[in-house]
Design a protein. Structure first.
Length: 306
């Protein structure tokens, strides 16, 4: 890894992260991301260009609007830094290549989607559907997974005629991944709706999974769904457990017997489980990125271990 390149890519990532912040705030609110210039959401004060420098501006203003002194969300700083780190991580893992570009684009979209899902419980079409098209387009220049490159070896010095099957294979893997991902989530959402009577997953999750499928191909898409369900369930269970423990302590402190406290705390925990809305997009997005970078290694290790 060239340190000069890495630093330049990091700075580049900070600027892209700055734009991503604008998208995270404006896209779920149906506002244009181009016009008007950035302004404080509280007082409407326009942010001058010299205060639009990623990270530095936030630090200099100590996270407050220069006009009304209202705090500016630390999310601005976080997204900028994460985008910078993401780009450098892609560079260090893939080198300067089209695969690096593909990984950066995927990670960039996922970062935006994770944060809009957390803040607004929304996954904007402008990100998911654009991502779906980009994922399909990328399958024509970067093999979707190692299956294609294993079946069509020596891709570099072959004639165009021999290249066609590889691209076709990769494209169909991408389309199939999108279809499998979307239908899996669609089925899960339908089952969830029938079982609990509330809408747990929206159509946004289905589109998100179509996008992930187009980038990852079938096998890694299935891996992503499994990993996201697992981490999501663990997160949900530990939330319920945390509610239970906290509640028990509070009830005991009020003078109830431990047995009585456990029972009453269990009732609150069950209620928490009933109304808990898991931001599933966050887990899908996070696991998709992990699967994209480490998924094939993991599957190889897994087949060998079997
Ligand atoms: Zn302000």
């Amino acid at each position: 890894m060239d340190p000069f390149f890495a630093a330049a890519i990091f700075a580049f990532g900070l600027c892209f992260g700055s734009f991503l912040n604008v998208c995270i705030y404006r896209l779920p609110r149906d506002k244009s991301v181009v016009k008007p210039r950035s302004a404080c959401p509280n007082c409407g004060d326009q942010i001058p260009l010299y205060h639009n420098v990623p990270v530095l501006s936030w630090l200099i203003l100590r996270g407050r609007c220069r006009a009304c002194k209202q705090p500016i969300s630390p999310r601005y700083l976080l997204v900028e830094l994460l985008t910078g780190l993401l780009f450098v991580a892609c560079y260090s893992h893939f080198g300067l290549s089209l695969a690096m570009l593909k990984c950066s684009v995927l990670g960039y979209l996922l970062l935006g989607l994770i944060f809009t899902d957390v803040e607004m419980k929304l996954l904007p079409d402008a990100m998911t559907l654009t991502g779906l098209l980009l994922g399909i387009a990328f399958s024509l220049v970067v093999p979707v997974n190692d299956l294609a490159s294993r079946i069509m070896p020596g891709l570099v010095s072959v004639s165009l005629r021999q290249q066609i099957p590889w691209r076709l294979w990769s494209l169909s893997d991408s389309l199939l991944g999108a279809a499998v991902g979307a239908s899996f989530l669609y089925g899960a959402a339908a089952i969830y709706l029938r079982a609990r009577g509330v809408e747990g997953m929206g159509f946004g999750d289905v589109k998100l999974m179509a996008m992930i499928g187009a980038f990852l191909g079938t096998r890694l898409t299935v891996l992503t769904i499994f990993a996201a369900s697992l981490t999501g369930s663990l997160f949900g269970l530990s939330t319920v457990l945390a509610v239970w423990i906290k509640r028990t302590r509070r009830i005991v402190a009020r003078g109830a017997t431990p047995g009585e406290a456990h029972r009453r705390a269990w009732r609150s925990a069950r209620l928490a489980l009933r109304y808990y809305e898991m931001p599933f997009g966050v887990f899908l997005g996070g696991m998709a990125l992990v699967a994209f970078i480490f998924g094939n290694q993991f599957l190889h290790w897994y087949w060998r271990a079997l």
